[in-house]
Design a protein around this ligand. Structure first.
Ligand code: DNO
Length: 361
């Protein structure tokens, strides 16, 4: 396992590489070419220049989050092959640069969805939160506008104005009208079959991110939500490079998901781990919590133990943090302080689990 931090690049992140470097045990970042639109080709020289800026600060790129998949591929529209070709070439360029892990998602229209970006907690911190009743009462444009209004001026990943502003969201939404779960599985299969050869050639682990929350939002199909569907996905393109990002904060939104058991069933197919905790007011009203087990719903020790037991050796990162200690202006969920606490806690759990296991032998 390698502990990492997500970094959005010099123009989009308030957290600097030097700050990341000062977090104990963190040498790798998970990053992206943030200004690229889904479907656009990543040139090799652009990737190399990103790598150099990270190396100058004594860090390295442990993986990409994300190379976003164009909606045409998810919808299965006639122009999908154009975007798939760009995706394949992008993977080839990443492979040439020695990058071996790519996180992506296959969620229609929205990436992660939250209804509040700064819910106040008793201790004065703020957190991201989701309440299904709020979603049910909001029309789509209002959802986009409210996310935009609370994003501290950042373009949030997955909420690009190029796709959603000026009424585009409704059009986009409409273009998914014939896509149900079965069709989405078919389109994912087609995409994966097209990219596996280049992944095999350059040893690139594809790590699909789960749908967050792990259920349908606004009637859109969502498929990466539970063990049954993950198994289906793993089997339909049975190649170790077809793997996943195990995100506890996303699979964990559905309290029926037994996450340690899911991890144990996925040996060799988890290529990236996002680890965070949640607190529930009701099954469909939750908020993000400090990483520590006792502050939320999940037993983080059991999650880490399961990852250790299956021999997980990919990058892990603390996930969304609370906003604490007066930090301002950062990408919601991605300030420095609470994520640094999370990284340190997760490193501590990993050390404890690994030493206990070694002592057993
Ligand atoms: C949210 C993130 C997601 C993730 C994408 C991967 O904070 O975990 O936006 O990066 O779904 O493509």
């Amino acid at each position: 396992m390698e502990m990492t931090m997500r970094w959005f690049g010099p123009d989009h992140d308030t957290v600097t590489l030097n700050q990341i470097r000062q977090i104990p045990g963190v040498k790798g970042v998970i990053t992206t070419l943030y200004d690229k639109q889904p479907g656009e080709l990543w040139e090799e020289k652009e990737i190399r220049s990103l790598m150099e800026s990270v190396a100058e600060e004594g860090l390295h790129i442990a993986g990409i989050e994300s190379v976003n998949v164009h909606d045409a591929i998810k919808i299965g529209s006639p122009d999908k092959d154009l975007y798939i070709n760009n995706y394949v070439e992008t993977l080839r360029n990443l492979g040439k640069c020695g990058i071996h892990m790519v996180c992506y998602n296959f969620m229609p229209v929205f990436d992660w969805t939250r209804t509040e970006l700064a819910r106040k907690c008793e201790d004065g911190s703020t957190v991201l939160a989701y309440n299904q009743d709020v979603i049910d009462a909001l029309d789509l444009d209002n959802l986009y506008e409210s996310i935009l209004a609370n994003s501290s001026g950042h373009v949030l990943p997955g909420w690009e104005p190029e796709r959603m502003a000026d009424g585009k969201l409704l059009k986009l939404f409409n273009s998914y009208k014939d896509v149900d779960e079965e069709k989405l599985f078919d389109n994912l299969k087609y995409f994966l079959e097209s990219i596996m050869p280049v992944c095999d050639e350059y040893n690139i682990n594809m790590a699909i991110h789960p749908d967050d929350p792990a259920w349908s939002v606004y009637g859109l199909p969502r498929i990466i939500t539970n063990q049954k569907n993950i198994e289906r996905m793993m089997k339909m393109v049975d190649n170790p490079h077809n793997g996943l990002t195990f995100c506890s904060g996303s699979y964990g939104t559905n309290l029926e998901n037994d996450m340690p058991a899911m991890i144990r069933s996925l040996k060799g197919r988890i290529h990236f781990a996002h680890v965070r905790n949640l607190k529930f007011n009701s099954p469909r009203d939750f908020q993000e919590a400090p990483h520590l087990s006792s502050e939320g719903t999940f037993d983080m020790y059991e999650l880490i133990k399961a990852l250790y037991d299956i021999g997980f050796d990919g990058p892990m990162r603390p996930d969304h943090g609370r906003t604490i200690w007066g930090e301002t202006g950062h990408m919601p969920g991605y300030g420095l302080y609470d994520r640094a606490l999370g990284a340190t806690y997760l490193n501590g759990l990993w050390e404890a689990v690994s030493k206990a296991k070694k002592a057993d032998i």
